[in-house]
Design a protein. Structure first.
Length: 258
């Protein structure tokens, strides 16, 4: 067994569950603990099975309850040294739970292999990931900026992919964001648009990819139906059988087999 659920995703908080039969872990804890526990309960995943919390980068939509989760469950908190230096104040007292990871260097949480790799998102040391168990892999790239060669090569062999589909360019242009914020979102250090997500999928798609979850949708500059439609149109045009899901800010996805 190897499964994932996006417990929440969007600019107001991100949290992803990955689990094998023996180990579960949380990637990013950008929502309240109360919401994490409620989602786990709804999915019938006992919280004592969570063996680690991993932080991808320092933005508060990824770190909010990471420290509290490590303390509450008495589990390791994996973070890069630079990210920790930047957001230690937000994590609270975690010294005894702290474990450092480095971009490009794999580590194990129970029987799940974790591979962090650099993303060009505008954080001090932003990482995307893939997780591997029993030769099955899930990629998570929800704060991407710009897909580099490394991004494409790391996501090319995954069986499930949780991918940013942040905004619709038209809605961003006509929405309430001022010009500098629009530029940040659009830049190579910001977020992928719906169309850019299609561009990346066209580069990494292979017959082994079974599930694709669109995530980190902007509530201001995107609509779930629109993100779905743009990707679905592409997948249908190439007769792909990938199952398409859209993650939500407010409700967890089902448990998806990797
Ligand atoms: Zn971010
Ligand atoms: Zn984010």
């Amino acid at each position: 067994m190897f499964q994932t659920s996006v417990l929440a995703s969007g600019s107001k908080g991100n949290c992803i569950l990955i689990r094998s039969r023996n180990t579960a872990l949380i990637l990013d804890a950008g929502i309240s603990l109360k919401r994490v526990w409620a989602a786990l309960e709804a999915l019938d995943v006992p919280r004592h099975t969570i063996k680690a919390v991993i932080v991808s980068h320092e933005h508060s939509d990824h770190t909010r309850s990471a420290g509290a989760m490590a303390r509450s469950l008495k589990i390791p908190l994996y973070i890069s040294p630079d990210t920790y230096d930047y957001c230690a104040h937000r994590l609270g007292k975690v010294e005894s739970w702290l474990r450092y990871f480095e971009s490009g260097i794999e580590f194990l949480v129970g029987d799940i292999l974790v591979r962090p790799f650099r993303s060009s998102h505008d954080a001090i040391d932003s990482n995307n990931f893939y997780f591997e168990h029993d030769d099955r892999r899930v990629g998570v790239a929800i704060d991407l900026g710009y897909p580099t060669k490394l991004t494409v090569s790391m996501l090319s062999r995954v069986h499930a992919l949780i991918l940013e589909s942040n905004h619709d360019p038209e809605m961003l242009r006509n929405g309430p964001y001022d010009l500098s914020l629009q530029q940040r979102v659009r830049s190579e250090h910001g977020h992928l648009s719906n169309v850019e997500a299609v561009g990346l999928i066209s580069q990494v798609l292979h017959p082994g990819l079974k599930n694709l979850v669109l995530a980190h949708l902007s509530e201001t500059n995107n609509l779930p139906d629109l993100a779905f439609e743009v990707m679905n149109k592409y997948l249908q045009s190439i007769r792909s059988e990938v199952k398409l899901h859209v993650a939500s800010q407010h409700i967890h996805t089902s448990l998806i087999d990797i």
